[in-house]
Design a binder for this molecule. Sequence first.
Ligand code: ADE
Length: 226
Amino acid sequence: MLTINIITLFPELIEPYLERLPFSRAIEKGALEVNLIQLKNYAIDERGTVDGRPYGGGVGMLLRIEPVWQALESVYGAFDNPEKIQADLENTIIGLTPSGKTFTQKKAQELSKKSTITLICGRYEGMDARIKQHLTTENISIGNYVLSGGEIPALAIMEAVVRLLPEAIEKEEATLLESFSQGLDQKKEYPQFTRPETYKGLAVPEVLLSGHHEKIKKWQKDQINS
Ligand code: ADE
């Protein structure tokens, strides 16, 4: 059973995905629980403030530490010393930021074996660095480009992880030999084709129609290495 907590200002962006595969099946089978935590509930004032101007100047606003700290307390219980939260090897608290470590299939495999993962979605121009330094156990980027918030990165990571849960997929073999999997030595998978054999002059490679198992295997292997 995997529990994913998502701390976000926009839970409604994430909610609809939970009604679709692979999330819906995993939730239905009791293999996944997703808790959406509205950061505004932990705002510093009545007006719902969760952001602030950067010290030293700079463009835009940053996510403040207090609401994130309190949202984490709602998951892990009250804590005075954030190092305790980080030192607990059971805790996986991920800050989503372009400055984080690039997400990979290997990381998805690793996360799929955890029991609880908490994702912190940034917004504005970023987050107070103390969040990334003291409140997370790791910081992840989904690529070298900047998005307006961590919700799409959270969804990308969640989808990559949840589809690896045995209960989420119909055929487990499907994830054993796909792109970047260990089964394929982390390489990209070979091209695949379906009907029709030819469409507007575009033909399926002859060898795949041959029924010659050995030759097909060799062709697929050559494609991966080319
Ligand atoms: N937040 C904004 N851009 C991001 C990225 N590329 N990866 C993770 N979180 C982000």
